[in-house]
Ligand binder design. Sequence first.
Ligand SMILES: *Cc1c(COP(=O)(O)O)cnc(C)c1O
Length: 361
Amino acid sequence: MSVLGLVRPELRAMVGYSSARMEAGSDGILLNANESPWPQDPRAPLHRYPEPQPLDLRERLAAVYGVAASQLLIGRGSDEAIDLVIRAFCRAGRDAILVQSPTFGMYAVCAAVQDATVIDVPLALEPGCSRPFDVAAILRSVTPAVRVVFVCSPNNPSGTVMPRSDVLELATALKGRALLVVDEAYIEFADAPGLATDLDVHPNLALLRTLSKAHALAGARIGSLLAAPEIVAVLRRIMAPYPLPTPCVRAALAALEPRSLLQTTDRVALIRRERQRMAAELRSFACVCEVLPSEANFLCVRFADASAVLSSLRDAGLVVRDVRHHAALHDALRISIGAPADNDRVLEVLRSLAQTQERAA
Ligand SMILES: *Cc1c(COP(=O)(O)O)cnc(C)c1O
């Protein structure tokens, strides 16, 4: 079965909304979209509907990600792509997605909205476990209802990277059965590049990339799905007609200028150095049970008393993510790598907490 055979049948045949901008472009005197002829601010005009998928941004992103422009769908963050994929592939009340907990919460949220079941094959994150990602266990759990398998690598909130050979083995085994979506939101911080070069050989593989993390544009909401052109075409049909606001497109284009890309590369390198420094320093504290290996811009840290650490950090004005609701991380906090001075403050708080606890003992 081609990957299009996995799409909800009614969507395969559906004709999407045809907007004025799609039908006629933006050349000439535009009297076709009921817009105002005058901008509010002539220095940054916003009176025209935007291009649904601006060609310059698609080409720029495609070049950065190493794919063809036809393999790229740009959305309101990769969050939108997660929602579109589940809506396109899962029939409500019948189909399922598969995830590996602990992982990013949006897969399950979007599945719930679409009334798709979530099958969970937990990662093995116990200390000392060398292979957290178990392809055989995943394949045993892929029932005929499973239409989409999500793999988050590096994984949020653990930081774990799934080995490329394992992910590709999974893609091969799922061919004709399910779409494999690899969420690479943090791939810029990882040691190895992502799977963009593998898309051409794996038609049932899709990747999520975002400008929100390494490219410092979380507020602009620009994320991409990289996949076979026929998947991109289906998702475009069910997506809002004008998903990309003009100021966000401008901000994304500026972030992809060569000078900005160099700055991003430098900042990623600094975050990676700080991640290594923080992991080493944190491991030296008696109150730290484990720093999970992370290739993202955060560390997942197990503490002897996570509540005490959380409240000390909070008292010092430091906000970290409590991830203890994940069963496998019942003693852990997720700490983003900040600027060096921010990271130093985290270490200071832990030092003074250790002193207080020593005095009390
Ligand atoms: C932050 C994050 C995203 C969301 O990215 P947006 O492009 O901002 O929507 C997607 N996946 C994971 C795993 C994330 O942590």
